[in-house]
Design a binder for this molecule. Structure first.
Ligand code: PLP
Length: 372
């Protein structure tokens, strides 16, 4: 049974690409890998991606929401999971019960965690996050030592790690990242002087994993590069990394329209001659951006999307592929023959980053896992 006979639009995830990318980063950094599988593994499918990453040697997983932890655990994954940030207070017992490692930046949190751990009769491991310049989450660097010192007042809480997050590691100009790393190192030296340095220290996202050995510490937190997505136009993965995700659909209907026909809502495209137009069952409800200028691959050629993107459909101008017929594959992201339309290409058209392109792929889009 072919995929298009069963689904209108779907994504294909090559789990061998995920394994390949994790092995490459493990090899090049020589440290442990924490595989970031938040946001349903950047839409790639949390449980299968987590399994593939662990098979390839990752030892940790990272999530951003309680629901993401629950999905991993109910999917049978028992590897250590770091909750990268905020946990709503009423969910603390639930996450502690599932042996989640928590991120902490204040005494108030330590108190709440300690109380919840006592109620559950469990120890809870925490990593303290230091804000060295991202200005999002974390204890300010000058207060980090005090926070570390205070952990011992909270029974049931075990300080396992210390980490920070870079704001600009994907840029060529390393000034900010140098400053953040220097500030983090200063905190580490003070902790060492007091014999308080926790066993695990980490700072690198994908960009810093690729470019910054001095920031690899105990482990790297690998997101984008694990999926074969480039951290930024200035910070590209080596060519041995492979993109894991393809997004596909097919021509549901193909017709020849006479000159002067308006297309889709608003008729903001009008045929100027006889034009072959294909209708593809994918739309903004699937996460496809409702803007002008989209392109897709049909018959190995780039074809323009014309007229407005609808909730469930797009229209494609088929001048480039006169032989195209109903049933032919349409690639929204990925390869077709020798042609490639990458998530980076789509990001450029959408005026955003590849991260957002994959993350907004809708829940309605089915997933196929290859090389599981
Ligand atoms: C999402 C996230 C990462 C992964 O970032 P990539 O750029 O995708 O590698 C790493 N660390 C933290 C704290 C994150 O929130």
């Amino acid at each position: 049974m072919s995929r298009q006979q069963f689904h209108s639009t779907w994504i294909e995830i090559d789990l061998e690409a995920v394994r390949n990318n994790v092995s490459l980063i493990k090899e090049s950094t020589g440290v442990d890998v924490l595989a970031i599988v938040k946001a349903n593994a950047y839409s790639h499918g949390a449980v299968p991606v987590a399994r593939a990453a662990l098979e390839a040697g990752a030892t940790w997983l990272g999530v951003a929401r309680v629901s993401e932890l629950l999905e991993l655990r109910s999917g049978g994954i028992s590897a250590p999971v770091l909750m990268l940030g905020y946990v709503p207070p009423l969910r603390l017992e639930e996450v502690i019960d599932l042996d989640c490692v928590l991120t902490v930046w204040s005494c108030d949190q330590l108190e709440e965690i300690s109380a919840a751990a006592a109620r559950m009769g469990k120890y809870t491991r925490v990593h303290i996050k230091v804000d060295t310049g991202m200005s999002r989450l974390g204890v300010q660097a000058q207060n980090a030592i005090d926070l570390v010192r205070s952990v011992e007042q909270f029974p049931g809480v075990v300080l396992e790690g210390l980490f920070t997050h870079f704001a600009r590691a994907d840029e060529l100009d390393a000034t900010t990242t140098n400053q953040q790393e220097a500030l983090f190192d200063q905190v580490l030296r003070q902790l060492e002087a007091e014999n308080l340095r926790p066993p695990l220290v980490h700072a690198s996202n994908s960009a810093a994993s690729l470019t910054r050995p001095s920031a690899h510490y105990s482990l790297v937190r690998l997101g984008n590069a694990m999926y074969g997505l480039h951290p930024s136009p200035e910070c590209q993965n080596p060519s041995t990394y492979q993109a894991a995700l393809s997004w596909k659909s097919y021509l549901g209907q193909v017709k020849m329209l006479e000159p002067g026909r308006g297309l889709s809502y608003g008729h903001n495209y009008t045929t100027s001659r006889h034009e072959r137009i294909g209708t593809v069952p994918v739309g903004y409800a699937d996460g496809y951006r409702r803007i002008e200028g989209n392109q897709v691959l049909v018959g190995g050629k780039l074809c323009p999307v014309v007229g407005r993107v609808c909730m469930d459909y797009i229209l494609v101008q088929l001048d480039e592929v006169p032989d195209a017929q109903a049933g032919d594959e349409v690639v929204l992201i990925g390869k077709q023959g020798d042609a490639v339309l990458s998530a980076e290409n789509v990001a450029k058209i959408w005026g955003t980053i590849n991260y957002e392109v994959v993350c907004v792929i809708g829940a309605r889009v089915s997933r196929y896992f290859d090389n599981a």
